[in-house]
Design a protein. Structure first.
Length: 236
């Protein structure tokens, strides 16, 4: 080491949890819209009864990746009496969840959910975590809601499952590829509801991130543990 340099351990932090409230609110809105078929009503050009939908209250919601976003969503789901099945890498008990599972147990849950909310980080282990096999194991009314990253779902398998009416629908705030190209089959799929990566509202995004930075700088100066520490080996 050169003279005068200090050996400092590099610590990486992320914005994990900063936008949890906003994204969880968006996920809830997508689930409610899917349950009540609001996307079909919005597209309709004549009076129809096609948009009756179903009650959302009491639904079984599987949260794939119950980190900051997932836990914020659990709090929002409380008034609806939802049965919440929370999945984390470790399987530790998630506060507020009805049941908690490890990532290795996810295979048990595909036939259980009315709604699957994808909120896991994008890593090698989660790439295309929902593919043809997983979609095929779901109930025919189940909805998949993705507010994480598009790479977590096999888009081709999803398009096929929707076309064959094997699932109830999909609500995507993120896609693979992204942006979703003009003319892609998902744009005209009647069971698809797509928002263009807008779960994080611009006016709240910068303010929330600045608050996290300010707090971590203060914690660093005080020698306290930082928020949003990254596990380099895990990749998030």
């Amino acid at each position: 080491m050169e003279k005068g340099l200090i050996d400092v351990e590099r610590i990486f932090t992320s914005a994990a949890g900063v936008f949890s409230g906003a994204v969880a609110e968006h996920a809830l809105a997508l689930m409610l819209a899917g349950a009540r078929r609001l996307h079909e009503c919005a597209r309709a050009t004549s009076w129809t009864e096609a948009g009756w939908g179903r009650l959302f209250g009491g639904s079984t919601v599987v949260i794939l990746g119950a980190g900051g976003i997932g836990r914020a969503l659990i709090r929002l789901l409380e008034p609806f009496g939802a049965r919440v099945l929370a999945v984390t890498r470790s399987g530790r008990e998630v506060p507020g969840a009805t049941e908690s599972y490890s990532a290795d147990q996810t295979g048990e849950l595909w036939p259980e959910g009315d709604f699957f909310v994808v909120a896991a980080p994008a890593t090698g282990a989660t790439e295309k975590m929902i593919g043809a096999r997983e979609l095929g194991a779901m109930q025919d009314h189940a909805w998949v809601v993705n507010v994480a990253r598009g790479s977590l779902i096999d888009t081709n398998a999803l398009v096929e499952a929707l076309a064959e009416e094997r699932i109830g629908g999909v609500a995507l705030d993120v896609t693979d590829p992204e942006p979703l190209p003009d003319g892609h089959p998902l744009w005209t799929e009647p069971r698809a509801l797509i928002t263009p990566h807008t779960a994080n509202l611009p006016d709240a995004l910068a303010r929330a991130l600045a608050g996290r930075i300010e707090e971590n700088v203060a914690r660093f100066g005080a020698g306290e543990e930082l928020i949003g520490l990254i596990d380099v080996e895990a990749g998030y």
